[in-house]
Design a protein around this ligand. Structure first.
Ligand code: FMN
Length: 404
């Protein structure tokens, strides 16, 4: 078990310039038809976005399935995936001696009590997130079978910010439209004008031999209400999502729903009223309506049936062409920090990693909620749960609600 999951274990391995990146996923149900092309498509999305280094043109990330699948379906045994590195020059790369402020370089030396910066940076590098994205793509496929879509995008790059009302609460039927908008954008954002402004932020940082960060957002739609737990601190869905997003290299802050803005408002302007279900389209369960979603879809550590809305802030990339002051570890003398091939901006890629991490956490929470060893068992339990939910709150006949 990972400490932030209950039923799924996700472990990655591999160095940035080693032979390849691996991920081992334990706890998946038997009977999921694995869509390998969808996993590869998400990996390709992770490689994209304006501001990336030449490394991404060199690599062509594709999974090889080493275990856990027969006849295209999961067996319930560990799913073992490998993505080979084309640049596997770890044995011949130079030994950095001038630690970069903001990267693992100096802190890693303190951990191992040596000067082996490369020994740490090879693993702290975001190439490690290849394994997470592969795992997240598999988890997203499980979630889709239960009506849940996970959608990540870029909210800001530097000072270019997507207005708060875009996209608003994404509805399931709008996912294709927003996906098309995101695909058309160089920074994986949802407005063409803002995309152009973001691109200029990236280009300007590049011209100045500098780097730029931003904010990513992920919305999860259609999550079964009641998934998650209030019972233990480490089981709370909000805490797990925070840990999952902050585990992504360079992520420095997390928000759920209104996030930091909630602290400056009165309670009456923060909490989402609970209203009678009202007139419902056929097939929609009759849970009370919430006219706003300031809570970001989670109350008391449990999903409340609204979109889960999370954001994370990414600091600018630490490797600078115009380096900050550092010291030469061999002499202790002042020196400029080292530079090696690096992204100017990786916020677009980080939004894909964030989407993957949210998918992992929500898939785990769903597996824990439903139990069962196979997709079939889970489907049956989800059906029972939805039927019970539909009857949980009687329709208010006095309010003229339909379907009473
Ligand atoms: C998708 C992605 C790509 C990244 N690319 C680079 C890069 O090219 N160069 C770099 O120095 N850091 C890059 N980083 C950030 C480093 O991995 C990160 O700065 C480093 O781990 C130290 O940050 P930390 O203190 O948050 O761990 C990237 C991060 C992500 C999420």
């Amino acid at each position: 078990m990972n400490e932030i999951t209950s039923r799924l274990s996700v472990r990655t391995g591999g160095e940035s310039h080693g032979k390849g990146m691996t991920v081992l996923l334990e706890g998946l149900p038997r009977g999921l038809t694995l869509d390998v092309a969808a996993v590869d498509a998400m990996l390709a999305r992770r490689q994209g976005g304006a501001g990336r280094s030449g490394r991404q043109r060199l690599e062509a990330d594709r999974i090889e399935v080493l275990g856990g699948i027969r006849a295209g379906k999961t067996l319930g045994s560990p799913l073992v995936l490998l993505v080979r590195n084309r640049d596997c020059s770890i044995e011949t790369l130079p030994e950095p001696v001038r630690p970069r402020p903001g990267h693992v370089d100096l802190a890693g030396c303190y951990r191992y009590l040596d000067h082996d910066i490369r020994g740490s940076l090879e693993r702290a590098s975001a190439r490690e997130t290849v394994g997470r994205v592969a795992a997240g793509a598999v988890c997203a496929q499980v979630l889709l079978h239960f009506g849940t879509s996970v959608f990540g995008f870029v909210r800001s790059v530097g000072t270019a910010v997507l207005p708060a009302e875009i996209p608003g609460e994404i509805a399931l039927e709008d996912v294709p439209r927003w996906t098309a908008q995101r695909t058309a954008s160089q920074l994986y954002t949802l407005d063409a004008g803002v995309d152009a402004a973001m691109l200029e932020e990236v280009r300007a940082a590049g011209r100045d031999a500098d780097t730029v960060g931003g904010v990513v957002e992920v919305q999860a739609l259609g999550l079964l209400p009641g998934v998650g737990s209030h019972l233990q601190w480490h089981e709370r869905l909000d805490a797990r999502l925070a840990a999952a997003l902050l585990s992504i290299p360079a992520m420095k802050a997390f928000e759920l729903g209104l996030g930091f803005a909630a602290a400056g408002r009165r309670g009456s302007a923060v909490h989402d009223p609970i209203l009678p279900a009202g007139i419902l389209p056929a097939g929609q369960c009759g849970l009370p309506r919430r006219p706003t979603n300031h809570a970001g879809g989670i109350e008391g550590g449990i999903g409340n049936g609204q979109n889960v809305v999370v954001r994370a802030a990414m600091k600018p990339i630490a490797t600078l062409k115009n380096p900050l002051p550092s010291v030469d570890l061999r002499t202790g003398a002042p020196a400029e920090a080292g530079y090696e091939r690096s992204d100017v901006c990786a916020v677009a890629a980080a939004s894909v990693v964030a989407e993957a991490m949210v998918a992992i956490v929500l898939c785990d929470a769903l597996l824990a909620r439903l139990g069962g060893e196979t997709m079939e068992e889970m489907q049956a339990r989800a059906g029972l749960g939805r039927a019970r939910l539909d009857k949980l709150v009687p329709r208010d006949s006095g309010s003229g609600a339909a379907g009473g």
